[in-house]
Design a protein. Structure first.
Length: 284
C-alpha cells in the first residue's frame, strides 16, 4: 500500500471534510479527495487530480475509487484511469508515514493500533478501489505518464490495458519501505512478468521504462507523451466497436483461462458460445 511520493512533506491544501473513520472516508466525493470523474457516452474517465503532489494517494483516494466503481453507470463500457500533470501517480502521500498523518484520515501509525479485524477491513476497503477495474463488463485502460510508483504502479496493474508515454517510470517501492504491495498488484505483476522477474523488480525497487515495459508485457503500447491522450482515445474507440455482450463473454473467458485446464476452458467456451448464438438468433 505504502510508497513514497517524490518531494518533501507538503502542507495539505485539499478541501477534504472530516474523514476520521472508514465510513466518513467512504462518503467523500471524488473531487474532495483529488479525483475527477467524467462520463462521456460509454466511456468513463477517472483522473487523479493532485498534480501539485504528483497525484499522491491516501485512504480517501482508494475509498473514492471504490465508490466510483460501485456507482458506475450501466452504460459505461470503457474506463480510463489517468493522472493530471507530469506524473501518473508517485505513490502514497508521504504524510501517511508521519504520526500526524493526513488530516481526518490518520496515518499508518494509527492504523497499526487497530485490532486485526479492523486492520484487515481497512486494507480490504482500499483494495476495493482497485478490484472493480477487472469487472468483465468493462475494459479498463491506464494512461500512464511519468512516475507510476507503488500505489501508482498497482493502480496501472489493476487495469486491463496500459498505454504508456515514453517517459514512464514504473517502480514497486513498498519493500524498500519495509512494507509489501497490498493494493492487488502482486498477482497481475507476477502473472505478466513471471515470479522471478517480479521478485527482482520488487526487491530492488528499480524503475522500468517504456521500452522494457513493452518487452515485459507491462504495456500494450508506448507513445510519445504528447500522443498519449489520442492513443487512448483511439484504443477506446476500437474497443467500443466490438459487440458488448461478446466482449464481456470473451473477457470473462480470458480472465478465467489461467486457472483452468484445457478441457475446462473448452467447456466454458462451448457454454459461452451457445449463449451468444442463441442471443444472436433469438429474433430470427
Amino acid at each position: 500500500m505504502a510508497e513514497a511520493a517524490h518531494g518533501g512533506h507538503e502542507e495539505h491544501t485539499d478541501a477534504v471534510r472530516d474523514l476520521s473513520d472508514s465510513e466518513s472516508i467512504s462518503a467523500a466525493a471524488p473531487a474532495e479527495v483529488g479525483l475527477r470523474f467524467e462520463v462521456d457516452g460509454e466511456i468513463a474517465t477517472v483522473t487523479l487530480n493532485r498534480p501539485e503532489k504528483r497525484n499522491a494517494q491516501t485512504f480517501a483516494t482508494w475509498s473514492a475509487l471504490a465508490r466510483i466503481g460501485e456507482t458506475l453507470p450501466d452504460r459505461v463500457r470503457v474506463v480510463v484511469i489517468r493522472g493530471e500533470g507530469p506524473s501518473f501517480s508517485a505513490g502514497i502521500d508521504l504524510r501517511m508515514f508521519t504520526p500526524e498523518g493526513v488530516p481526518g484520515q490518520g496515518s499508518f501509525a494509527t492504523a497499526a493500533a487497530l485490532d486485526d479485524g479492523a486492520f484487515e477491513r481497512r486494507i480490504a476497503e482500499a483494495q476495493r478501489g482497485f478490484l472493480w477495474l477487472r469487472r468483465p463488463d468493462i475494459v479498463s485502460i491506464a494512461a500512464v505518464q511519468g512516475h507510476a510508483i507503488g500505489a501508482g504502479f498497482q493502480l496501472a496493474l489493476a487495469c486491463d490495458l496500459r498505454v504508456v508515454a515514453d517517459d514512464v517510470q514504473f517502480c514497486m517501492k513498498e519493500p524498500a519501505l519495509g512494507l509489501v504491495p497490498d493494493l492487488t498488484g502482486t498477482k497481475p505483476l507476477a502473472d505478466i512478468v513471471g515470479v522471478p522477474r517480479a521478485i527482482e523488480m520488487c526487491l530492488t525497487a528499480r524503475s522500468v521504462g517504456a521500452a522494457e515495459a513493452l518487452q515485459l508485457g507491462l504495456a500494450e503500447m508506448a507513445v510519445r507523451r504528447e500522443e498519449l491522450d489520442q492513443a487512448v482515445q483511439d484504443l477506446a474507440a476500437a474497443l467500443l466497436a466490438t459487440d458488448r455482450a461478446a466482449a464481456t463473454a470473451t473477457k470473462r473467458l480470458l480472465q478465467a483461462a489461467p486457472g483452468r485446464t484445457l478441457e475446462d476452458q473448452a467447456a466454458a467456451e462451448r457454454a459461452e458460445q451457445a449463449a451468444r448464438i442463441r442471443a444472436l438468433f433469438a429474433s430470427s
